[in-house]
Design a protein around this ligand. Structure first.
Ligand code: MIC
Ligand code: SF4
Length: 643
């Protein structure tokens, strides 16, 4: 039996475990990336490991999230990361150079290699045939130190693409269709592999839009084959030598198959407040809008910008709409400046933002109260835009630009004939904003620069034998890490300061939670299914750790967040019987005895609800390694014990 592309790359990198679906494997990591909002913690953790130089083939740190410097904090973080990079062997992409995933695809990604990044949209690299996975900062720190990265050997879903996209229908509509079919939890434990004749009709940036937003399926990653289209992209980036042809064997077997005929797709939108709440634009046409934002790691490539400029050309943004555009990288911005596309955008009245995440993570451009905002981004979780009642619709750049002109949700197919948009044969290459590290023998000359906002990360204790704690918070299904540890311009600058950022933990759900948890001293959080979906931010585990949370008991977890909880030494438990969720109220007292023994020996834990007077079971589905990590009190303790 032949192999899928995912299996081929994983088998090339496996160093521990067996390639058996559902069991844990350890893989060698070739490349890492970090961004600044998760990077400071990752580098503090890397420093704590005491490894002098990174052991990967390439590690890159990007500054793209916290670029709004309304106080000293963000700039201090940038300086800290820059100095750590110089010393320890990491390439440093300076602020202004662009969004990590866009720049990594352009300048560093290599087909067939493994990449982990402290950002959930790292799977963008799947657009050129990498196994690129989002992870917590601590996992990235370990990988930089040469350590193994662990994942569950995934099930593999084949998305068989046939046909060809119709004019004005975009890659964004492909991933929206996949989300509509599979939902935000449909990808958990799976890799989404794109195959079929339709693949050949999609350029690398279009493939990257699809693999990027595959993060919203909860998938481990998504991947496209590496073919002649990949070769021409790499060649245009002056990197043809990095090209390797890669594809699945023709007789490869898949666990699931999804058929998508590209010719049948229509422009679509993910409606508030979930990326899988997908409707056709034809159902939403005419809806009055207030704002349009174009950019983010999903849709900020040169190709996207050329389409937008064409639609805006000679027009004016509707008086009722504010249009903001953030090109994804310095390369993109430079090229649209050179070829006149930028001037068409400016002329139409677009507000041009720097090449960074910007509004996607609530760094400015929050919509008006109750405002309807069309965004080419990947997440529309409640409150993420910075406006609590903002109504965010995720759409293609084509829908976004057409709607900005008309002032209402507009089907771009009404624009008439679509010209052929082509990628250039040669991109403008200038890596002057990527600072290489200093030579290893000079590393001692580099001083790491720390600002007053950079506080050490909280250290967890080895696991106690009894947990007697109240339920400090009960939440429902689909809690995102944006609920657990909100972002935005006000809170993001505190990413290096866990005590301070913890004051905002769960602020979206219950502002009193941090105070209550601290007063209780130790507690347990209870939640529904798909708990922790979304971002890779380990702050969603480190803040609860700081607030004394010992365990999280839910119906099911999202992958990265569950790994982050274990890394922090917090026990992730799931209800053996989901009906027990309804039998627990906030502030109930929960008792778990012989925790250590139960974790060592069993895959269930018995919990007593002392307040209501009944016992129930929770599952702890963990690998040997994860059990040891929990007993040690998290990944750093575990690594130290093993060293
Ligand atoms: C996001 O899109 O939510 C972020 C901000 O990029 C996060 C990382 C973070 O929280 O710093 C992600 O996707 O992992
Ligand atoms: Fe940045 Fe948004 Fe992409 Fe996250 S999803 S990396 S915030 S652009």
């Amino acid at each position: 039996m032949g192999l899928t592309l995912t299996e081929k790359i994983l088998r090339d990198h496996i160093i521990e475990g067996e390639p058996k679906k559902g069991s844990e494997i350890g893989i060698r990591i070739d490349q890492t990336l970090t961004q600044d909002a998760t990077g400071t913690m990752a580098y503090l953790e890397f420093e704590a490991m005491g490894v002098p130089r990174v052991k990967t083939e390439k590690s890159v740190a990007y500054i793209d999230h916290n670029t709004l410097q309304s106080g000293f904090e963000n700039a201090d973080d940038h300086r800290f990361i820059g100095s750590v990079c110089k010393k320890h062997g990491i390439y440093f992409s300076r602020p202004g150079n662009g969004i990590c995933h866009q720049v990594h695809l352009e300048r560093f990604g290599i087909p067939g290699k493994t990449l982990i990044g402290s950002d959930s949209h790292t799977p963008t690299g799947g657009g050129i045939g990498m196994i690129a996975i989002g992870a917590g900062g601590m996992d990235v720190a370990v990988a930089m130190g040469g350590g193994t990265y662990y994942i569950t050997y995934p099930k593999i879903v084949k998305v068989n693409l046939s046909g060809k996209l119709s004019p004005w229908v975009a890659a964004k509509d492909v991933i929206l269709e996949v989300l509509r079919i599979l939902s935000v939890k449909g990808g958990v434990g799976k890799v989404i592999e794109y195959c079929g004749e339709g693949v050949k009709t999609l350029s690398v940036p279009e493939r990257a839009t699809i693999t990027n937003m595959g993060a919203e399926l909860g998938a481990t990653t998504s991947i496209f084959p590496s073919d002649e289209i990949t070769r021409s992209f790499l060649k245009a980036q002056g990197r043809e030598q990095d090209y390797v042809p890669l594809s699945a064997d023709p007789d490869a077997e898949y666990d699931e198959v999804v058929e998508i005929n590209l010719s049948e797709l229509e422009p679509m939108a993910a409606c508030p407040h979930s990326p899988d709440n997908v409707k056709k634009i034809s159902e939403l046409e005419g809806m009055k809008i207030d704002q349009v934002c174009i950019g983010s790691c999903t849709n900020s490539s040169l190709l996207d910008m050329l389409k937008v400029a064409h639609i805006l050309s000679g027009k004016t943004v509707d008086p009722g709409v504010s249009l903001a555009i953030a090109p994804g990288s310095k390369q993109v911005l430079n090229m649209i400046a050179e070829n006149g596309a930028l001037s068409k955008m400016i002329d139409a009245g677009a507000r041009i933002l720097e090449s960074a995440c910007g509004p996607c993570i609530g760094m400015g451009q929050s919509p008006n109260s109750g405002g309807i905002s069309l965004r080419t981004f990947n997440r529309n979780f409640e409150g993420r835009s910075g406006t609590k009642d903002g109504q965010i619709y995720l759409v293609s750049p084509e829908v976004a630009a057409a709607s900005a002109i008309k002032g209402v949700m507009t089907d771009p197919r009404s624009l008439g004939e679509m010209p052929a948009f082509k990628l250039p044969e040669v991109f403008t290459i200038n890596d002057n904003m990527i600072v290489p590290p200093i030579e290893a023998d000079k590393m001692d000359t580099v001083e790491v620069l720390r600002g007053p906002n950079i506080k050490p990360f909280p250290v967890s204790e080895p696991l106690a034998d009894t947990i007697d704690a109240r339920c400090s918070l009960k939440v429902q299904d689909n809690i995102t890490t944006d609920h657990i540890m909100p972002a935005g311009a006000k809170i993001l600058p505190l990413r290096s300061n866990i005590p301070k950022i913890s004051e905002y933990c769960f602020a979206v759900c219950d502002e009193d939670f941090p105070k209550r948890a601290l007063e209780l001293g130790r507690s347990i959080i209870v939640g529904g299914s798909n708990y922790g979906q979304g971002s890779s931010r380990e702050h969603a585990a480190l803040a609860p750790l700081y607030l004394g949370v010992k365990a999280v008991l839910v119906k099911s977890f999202a992958r990265i967040h569950m790994a982050n909880l274990i890394n922090a030494g917090i026990i992730p438990m799931t209800f053996a019987n989901e009906a027990d969720y309804d039998r627990i109220d906030q502030m109930d007292e929960l008792l778990i005895e012989n925790v250590r023994k139960q974790i060592e020996e069993s895959s269930t834990l018995t919990i007593t609800n002392k307040t209501k007077g009944f016992d129930f079971e929770a599952k702890i589905e963990l690998s040997e390694r994860q059990r040891k990590m929990l007993l040690a009190g998290g990944l750093l303790n575990y690594t130290k014990n093993n060293a």
